[in-house]
Write a protein that binds this ligand. Sequence first.
Ligand SMILES: *Cc1c(COP(=O)(O)O)cnc(C)c1O
Length: 420
Amino acid sequence: MTYKNTLEYAKQQDKDDQLSSLRNRFHIPKDKNGKDWLYFTGNSLGLQPKSTKEYINQELEDWANLGVEGHFEAKNPWLNYHELLTDTMAKIVGAKPIEVVVMNTLTTNLHLLMVSFYRPTKTKYKIVIESDAFPSDRYAVQSQLKFHGFDEEVGLIEWKPREGEELLNIEDLETILEFEGDEVAMLLIGGVNYYTGQFLDLKRIAEIGHKKNCVVGIDLAHGAGNIQPDLHNSGVDFAAWCSYKYLNAGPGSLSGLFVHEKHSDNKELPRFGGWWNHNKETRFNMRQPFDVMQGAEGWQLSNPPILSMAAIKASLDLFDEVGMEALREKSEKLTGYFEFLINEIGSDDIKIITPSNPKERGCQLSIQVKNADKSLHKKLTERNVITDWREPDVIRCAPVPLYNSFEDVYKMVLILKDLL
Ligand SMILES: *Cc1c(COP(=O)(O)O)cnc(C)c1O
């Protein structure tokens, strides 16, 4: 790709972009003067599709008009509402429908998955995570270690970047497993690291873990709707992700859960039960002994919040319309342009810590600014550039192919350059 550092060029790229009209399908927050924010935090909270209100209203109306009958008589009957989300969600993460369900929230799902897949013994009980794991994931695995009676310090192994580096090297994971693998029960790794934006090779991670008989789980919070993780073929045992980041389903919205097909029929896996993972056919019979459902649905517990699912459906229908291939294609160009412009600033004080290989990243770039402090983030915000600050000196920016433009990226870098 040969990019040009001019506003004209950026505008031309938007004109040539087949997906540029999708931006109009989203609410873009504006400043007091009605000017669009330059919104780069789709990695934290995705913007609202204009259709979301309509989807939620449909359920509010059906509830108003039908009451309990809505479970069967609503336009989208609530009883099986989650099934309307499965196929698209499965496509987004590269899974088979039997492997995916939408339920609960992310950290809750990680725990439910660990109930089944983290089965430590006295000698094989350790958990490997990335040293820069998202805090919630770290707390989750620490509490699992404690719950099973292990020391959370001894039991937790961190996969760290090498001295003086920011990114993880897969060979170091291999080394950890080579030396300590016999004591490791589970790997729980962020597929796309929330801090560096590094997209790891899930297939290799699965192979490395399985070679030592470890269970392999992936947190895809920063991957779902951003990269194509090809979960089924990667062979990982389980995964979970939230829907409010790149999946634009609204604050605190529900999580997606993946359990690989190889575990679909394993009724022996220990798990918690509720009426929603009991066989659909006899669920309302209420007197049957517990008969767990096949596949990922067999991890559900409760009847789910339909209003939140309606917001997910609004967003997933958009994804279905566009497809991940087209989104990824634009995303690589857009983030490539962003990278080009940052490099054009030509300052030694700026370093992009995200991998430069498009296959090893999603849309996010994490930009390290030497000697900067949080006031830089504040100044960006004052100029309508919404980014994410991470101590001590990193700005995380995610140009999202669904609603960010080449012009957004151009203007953002111009402002950043000005502030430096
Ligand atoms: C966003 C995020 C979470 C948030 O968890 P919730 O249970 O949805 O609050 C957890 N882990 C990772 C890696 C995240 O990026």
